[in-house]
Write a protein that binds this ligand. Structure first.
Ligand code: PLP
Length: 438
């Protein structure tokens, strides 16, 4: 099924893609199993990116495929507006348990972008429900990626994702990013320097007054902007400042959630609890689109204490889609039965050490990692930012390796079911790619 080259390629306007270049020399994937993709020419490619960070349990998990097929036969679709179906409720309970019962409630969306916009709207509406409707300001961070909805790009901090799309949401401010190669290059885990950057939030409080600020949103580890790991103590300090001023803290765990840092969520790794948490991707092992916002009980309860009737005028046709719920329930089973997070924790030191083997190779200016995430930052070609990274992507594909790039940064996030032989293959292939680059 769909294993040969498509007869035409022009009609599909591809997302976040150099369409013209791709269609001249396409990279077409036709099947996947475990740690590998297979392309249209029958070549195997090691998946160094877990698709788009979204396949923690590896590809083709039979239990997940069977659960989706069974649900498609039983209940193809059911609304969750003034209606419901059992799997959506069962999944919510299971997700609460997976988060160690640190949250009280979960709201389903269809994607990470929708989860982010949902969390932002919840924060605004929460303050309003409590009679603090003046808290309308949202704070993001430079180089943050929060998907592509208007809320997400407004709080997001990647210039190229914002500049084409007009004025965006009003009343948004941005903390400075924490990337600092001068002080922190080649850090393992959390960098030493930069905790003071969290004090940007105090400066914004002084500037705008806390009574105008609804929420701060950050990725605990920025992924799509090139793996920016927070400096030691940074997230704790953000939490403290938020608490001091009644500001909600939102973690965007779309990438970091579901085991990527060797803990269920990144908040667990850092010992910092957000008030709202946006998730997606790994929740269904990437098999069916789904996002979810985890909410502390006090936020949810503020709505439940309001006037009778619909408490939150928000939701999506595909909130709690039966196929997504079936996939997510099966994914949670696989996490438990196969010890996926435990395996990631076991492999982490080997993965981190293997990354360091790239030190000294051409163009490499930094190597950093946390959990099962690693970045190889390359020096840009003068006057052509991103060109070297793109060349690396193409060369890696030709050499049987799927990687993710942002600009000149290679991000690695293989499925968490990796073994030592995959780590060896990943970094061995990447080393060859780097030595071939101009
Ligand atoms: N937030 C973060 C941190 C992400 O990395 C992504 C996607 O990569 C999103 C949000 C958006 O998710 P989606 O592409 O499912 O809308």
């Amino acid at each position: 099924m769909y294993e040969s080259r498509p007869s035409a390629m022009s009609s599909f306007w591809m997302p976040f893609t150099n369409n013209r270049d791709f269609k001249r020399d396409p990279r077409l994937l036709v099947s996947a199993k475990g740690m590998y993709y297979r392309d249209v020419d029958g070549r195997e490619l090691l998946d160094g990116a877990a698709g788009l960070w979204c396949v923690p349990c590896g590809h083709g998990q039979p239990k997940i495929a069977e659960a989706i097929a069974a649900m498609a036969g039983q209940l193809d679709y059911a609304p969750t507006f003034q209606m419901g179906h059992p799997a959506a409720f069962e999944l919510a309970e299971r997700l609460m348990a997976f988060s160690g019962h640190r949250f009280g409630h979960v709201f389903y969306t269809g994607s990470g972008s929708e989860a982010v916009d949902t969390a932002l709207k919840m924060a605004l509406a929460y303050h309003r429900a409590r009679g603090e409707g003046g808290r309308t300001r949202l704070i993001g961070r430079e180089r943050g990626y929060h998907g592509v909805g208007f809320g997400g790009i407004s709080v997001g901090g990647i210039g190229a994702n914002r500049k084409h799309f007009g004025p965006l949401l009003p009343g948004v401010d941005h903390l400075r990013h924490t990337h600092d190669l001068e002080r922190n290059a080649y850090a393992r885990g959390e960098p030493e320097h930069g905790v003071e950057l969290a004090d940007d939030l105090e400066r914004m409080v002084a500037l705008h007054d806390p009574s105008t600020i609804a929420a701060v949103i950050v990725e605990p580890v920025s992924g799509s902007t090139g793996v920016l790991i927070p400096p030691k103590g940074y997230l704790k300090r953000l939490r403290e400042i938020c608490d001091r001023h009644g500001i909600l803290l939102i973690f965007d765990e779309v990438i970091t959630g579901f085991g990527r840092l060797t803990t269920p969520f990144a908040g667990d790794w850092f010992g910092v609890e957000p008030d709202l948490m946006a998730t997606a991707k790994g929740i269904t092992n990437g098999a069916v689109p789904m996002g979810a916002v985890f909410s502390k009980a006090f936020i949810h309860d503020a709505f439940m204490e309001g006037p009778a009737g619909i408490e939150l005028f928000h939701g999506y046709t595909y909130s709690g889609h039966p196929l997504a719920c079936a996939a997510a329930l099966a994914t949670l089973d696989v996490f438990r039965e196969q010890g996926v997070i435990e395996n990631a924790a076991r492999m982490q030191p080997y993965f981190e050490e293997a990354l360091q083997s790239l030190r000294g190779l051409p163009h490499v200016i930094d190597l950093r990692s946390i959990g099962i995430i690693a970045a190889v930052e390359l020096a840009p070609i003068a006057g052509q930012p991103g060109a070297r990274g793109y060349a690396a992507l193409k060369q890696a594909f030709a050499d049987g390796l799927l990687i993710r790039i942002t600009g000149d940064i290679i991000a690695l996030s293989p499925p968490l079911v990796l073994e030592k032989k995959h780590v060896d293959e990943l970094f061995g292939k990447l080393a060859r790619v780097l030595t071939q680059l101009a």
